[in-house]
Design a protein around this ligand. Sequence first.
Ligand code: PMP
Length: 278
Amino acid sequence: EYILQNDKLLPKKDAMIHVDDRGYYFGDGIYEVVKVYEGKPFAMEQHLTRLVQSSHKLDIKLPYSEDQITEFIHTLIEKNTLKNGLVYFQVTRGVEPRNHLYSRESTPVFTAFTQPGHSTEDLQQNGIDVWLTDDIRWLRCDIKTINLLGNVLVKREAADHNCQEAILHRNGTITEGSSSNLFLVKDKVLYTHPATNLILNGITRQLIIELAQNNNYSVVEEPFPVEVLEHADEAFISSSSVEITPIKSVHGQLTTTFPIGPVTKDLQKKFKELLPRS
Ligand code: PMP
């Protein structure tokens, strides 16, 4: 298994991380996860656009152009003969003696690896149980940073209650999942939190909104309270890894169940049609 470290392909066991990398001390870096179907990275351009946006928001200078990164990723996928799975890539601010203040002199460090896919078909068909809890994250959730403690803690909390995802609310307003966006369906209309500083604007979220609108569904991007979740007809999460995965039950601060409804199923089918096939 090979990984990329800057522009070098090397066996994973030979990769070395400097202890003074700011990614290690501060979680000072950004990342993307891209799903790979039939050896092809899906929605690569959109992911690179978001990486560039994250880099600007954090004042990190990307060491390579979008074209170079795309080329590196294709080479890595080929080298690892990855058919279906994902590719992870990150950029940390680089190596400097530990100091909160960064200098702008460090050279960012690029790392990428691939992971073979485990099937999410079962969850996509049968749905997941989710745990509703407080959104304890910072106020720049729009940045895809490797600093994910808030997300990590609520994911554990959900798992400890036999749930596969945590759904978060900030003072009673639903934001998103710990590693996914949330959509509700009520009377055939889709509802999701607007792309503000309080959520990560998922690439899958963006694709679903476009897909829904092209198929004559209305999409309302407005904040909504927990009570609206309680009275929804259907609910699902979205992400590159799980695509569209229905929610079958909610536990924790709210208890309710949802059927895997017609709108979710219709969007799942139409989303699959966007994906590269063998
Ligand atoms: N929100 C959060 C907090 C996430 O971590 C993710 C997945 N990385 C998403 C939403 C979904 O984003 P995408 O559709 O781009 O995978």
